[in-house]
Write a protein that binds this ligand. Structure first.
Ligand code: APR
Length: 325
């Protein structure tokens, strides 16, 4: 059987951790890419990771490079290239630098891996997904952003901590952009099917919602840079669903074509992920107040997209194909 090929762009904290988990789960061979000045770092981390194989018992080739030719024919490309947050910065503060990086990366990915599914991780995520779509010319089904998997995992973690139960049994749902306007949905959150309201007061649930929304900032404040274990875990979870054609239902930043009343934007929504990338967006009925929060979140996404369009007017007019490949 042919092994899947996963390229991870950016060999920093998030990228290297993605490579780590992808290799440890034997999802396929991994190519870790960074800029020429950091090729040694990419190669060194790749070699170091491979040498863990005998002990962790995985077979995977992991190579480091700065040459996109080495990524040719990738099935999945995880894009983590770009600068992370420092204390006091919001994700949106990264846009000027990261939009340029993600544009150039996406053009290289399209050239060398025209059939790949791209998973965007760089922030501000909602702007980066749009940039990658326009710059790659990929169909919307093969462009997806990692945000919801992480945000939901944070929400589940904080609920489990508050309840004092296993995180495994906590299910939750969260929609919207990957920023302060994200929309956790306690109504769809349960402990093995039992509503969380059976375990926690409204005030406790609200506190978990707020902590999930600010979870990324909490980590930045503590360690001086962005989180990477959980973001990488979310990315590899999505890569696994695609590579194994699992048809998993995960919240992802996906292109909405009327779902949730959103037209023409990538926003965090429940998706079916399989070999084709985003195979379905699952449109659910929201209450009036939830829809209001969603609309507010979409407005924040639109503002980011406008900044991208102002930075690269040529991308705004580009008629990227819409829909499934
Ligand atoms: N091509 C490839 N790699 C690049 C490029 C590029 N054009 N530009 C920058 N990089 C690399 C950097 O050299 C660096 O090694 O991206 C890497 C980013 O790593 P870190 O600085 O450790 O940042 P990290 O914590 O991994 O976060 C990366 O993911 O979650 C988001 O907000 C986070 O936007 C940030 C991104």
């Amino acid at each position: 059987m042919r092994r899947a090929k996963i390229s991870v762009i950016g060999a920093g904290n998030v990228g290297a951790t993605c490579a780590h988990w992808a290799a440890a789960k034997e999802l396929g061979d991994v190519v870790l890419v960074d800029i020429p000045e950091k090729e040694g770092v990419a190669k060194g981390k790749a070699l170091d990771l491979m040498c863990a194989g005998p002990m962790e018992r995985f077979d995977a080739n992991v190579v480091g490079t700065s040459d996109y030719a080495d990524t040719a024919g990738s099935d999945v490309v995880i894009v983590t290239a770009g600068i992370p947050r420092k204390p006091g910065m919001s994700r949106d503060d990264l846009i000027a630098t990261n939009v340029k990086i993600v544009k150039s990366v996406s053009e290289q990915v399209a050239k060398h891996s025209p059939n790949a599914v791209m998973i965007l991780v760089s922030n501000p995520l909602d702007a980066m997904v749009y940039t990658a779509w326009k710059a790659s010319g990929f169909p919307t089904s093969r462009i997806v952003g990692q945000a919801g998997a992480l945000d939901v995992a944070r929400f589940r973690t904080f609920l489990a901590m508050e309840i004092g139960c296993s995180v495994e049994d906590v299910q939750a749902l969260l929609l919207g952009g990957h920023g302060d306007t994200m929309v956790p949905l306690p109504r769809y959150s349960s402990v093995h099917g039992i509503p969380v309201s059976e375990f926690l007061s409204q005030a406790q649930i609200d506190a978990c919602v707020e902590r999930a929304k600010m979870g990324g900032g909490e980590v930045v404040k503590l360690m001086g840079t962005s989180a990477y274990y959980a973001p990488a875990s979310g990315s590899v979870l999505m890569a696994e669903a695609i590579i194994k054609d699992k048809k998993r239902i995960l919240p992802c930043a996906a292109y909405c074509n009327g779902e949730f009343g959103i037209n023409g934007f990538f926003v965090g929504v429940p998706c079916m992920l399989g070999a084709g990338g985003v195979e379905r967006v699952i449109d659910i009925e929201l209450t009036d107040s939830e829809q209001k929060l969603m609309d507010n979140s979409v407005e924040a996404v639109k503002e980011l997209v406008e900044i991208v369009n102002n930075t690269f007017p040529e991308l705004a007019g580009k008629n990227a194909p819409v829909g499934a490949a």
